[in-house]
Design a protein around this ligand. Structure first.
Ligand code: GLY
Length: 380
């Protein structure tokens, strides 16, 4: 049944603006937003029709209300489904997707809706950025990880055998709809993996938020109510502020969002982007490694690193390389993979390190012998 405009407004959404001048856009956080998507898109992009990119899992669970809302507003061009999983972030899938979007009749004035987790968001965002030299994209993230991180800020891309996200564009969305009610269908493992990115915001710049997470994580995990929504909202505000300050990762501010990612991406590549290790799990290990390494460098109080490891462990996230199923990686292989990181400049590795909880910074020109020694011990 069609909902009235009053009913939609009564749902008390929160809007967080990503301030980028003429390219500013809102991140709308609320419940049952899918059923109101047509209204949001029509108000944000008048005249644009929509092609929805999703994967089969998300489509089976959640496409119906989104599609009904777009059809009701006369905006639905069709859907393009990709296989679930990181393997879809590839050149062949990108090519097939672009051709499917053209077949659906997406024109310059239309938009692509990226409806899914980080994989769909990155892939569909990339396709939108190159289709007809660029069409608008609306991100409707359905995982915790995508709602608090990957759907915001315009990073798009695919993976290659050299590493993760090495091919891509910056293409800001026109609108992000973060419907927290869809998080109820995530598996506990996937929710936990996304939570690693929530913790990240506390660790990089908001020590009180980390302390609040330590106190409230059980409620965040167990119930869809206030604590969960507050965790999402706080994370979105943090991400929006960082993107507004350093959209293209030039000043070093946005690079702090990669806390744990140099280690984490290398571990993910080593694990083959598979179920062996989800992205958020790799980031949890990576953040623990970044804190431990910072302690060894005399930069961070040992008590802070212990708190971080304790909290990640308490929620059930892996914190050690040895927790990854299968044979352990060789330290040299990890170093080689870390050398593909986008923060490498003049062949020199940069790492996000910490002076304590909430105090992340980028260290350029990392001391390779020290890092090698550290990884030999951590892989052992
Ligand atoms: N996920 C890191 C960034 O958006 O910069």
């Amino acid at each position: 049944m069609m909902e009235s405009g009053t009913a939609i407004l009564a749902r008390a959404e929160t809007a967080v603006e990503v301030s980028l001048g003429a390219r500013s856009y809102p991140v709308i956080i609320g419940e049952r937003l899918l059923a109101a998507a047509g209204q949001w898109v029509a108000a944000t992009l008048p005249g644009a029709r929509c092609a929805v990119v999703s994967d089969a899992n998300v489509a089976a669970l959640h496409l119906a209300p989104l599609k009904a809302s777009l059809v009701e507003h006369g905006l639905f061009l069709g859907e393009a489904l990709v296989a679930p999983g990181e393997a879809s972030k590839s050149f062949p899938v990108l090519a097939t997707l672009c051709e499917r979007l053209l077949e659906l009749g997406v024109e310059r004035g239309d938009c692509v809706i990226a409806f899914g987790g980080g994989v769909v968001g990155d892939l569909a965002g990339f396709a939108a950025s190159i289709l007809r030299r660029g069409v608008r994209v609306v991100q409707i993230p359905t995982t915790l990880l995508a709602q608090v991180d990957s759907a915001i800020g315009g990073k798009t891309g695919i993976d290659t055998k050299q590493g993760k996200n090495l091919i891509g564009t910056f293409h800001q969305p026109s609108l992000v709809l973060a419907d927290v009610s869809v998080l109820a269908t995530l598996s506990p493992r996937e929710f936990r993996a996304g939570y690693a990115e929530v913790v990240k915001y506390g660790l990089i710049g908001d020590a009180p938020f980390f302390a609040w997470l330590e106190e409230n994580f059980e409620e965040i995990f167990s119930a869809p109510g206030g604590a969960r929504r507050r965790a999402v909202e706080t994370s979105v505000r943090a991400k929006a502020a960082i993107v507004a300050e350093d959209e293209r990762e030039e000043s070093g501010k946005r690079a702090t969002l990669n806390l744990g990612h140099s280690f984490g991406h290398a571990l993910e590549t080593y694990a083959g982007y598979s179920e062996r290790l989800l992205h958020g799990e790799a980031i949890a290990i990576g953040m623990r490694l970044a804190f431990t390494y910072s302690v060894e460098r005399g930069l961070c109080p040992p008590g802070d690193a212990a708190r971080v490891a304790r909290h990640l462990d308490a929620v059930g996230l892996p914190i050690k390389i040895a927790s990854i199923p299968g044979p352990p990686p060789a330290p040299e292989a990890l170093l080689r993979l870390m050398g593909q990181d986008k923060k490498v400049k003049d062949g020199k590795l940069a790492l996000v390190l910490v002076r304590g909880i909430g105090q992340a910074f980028v260290e350029r020109d990392v001391d390779m012998p020290l890092l090698t020694d550290f990884l030999i011990r951590e892989c052992g």
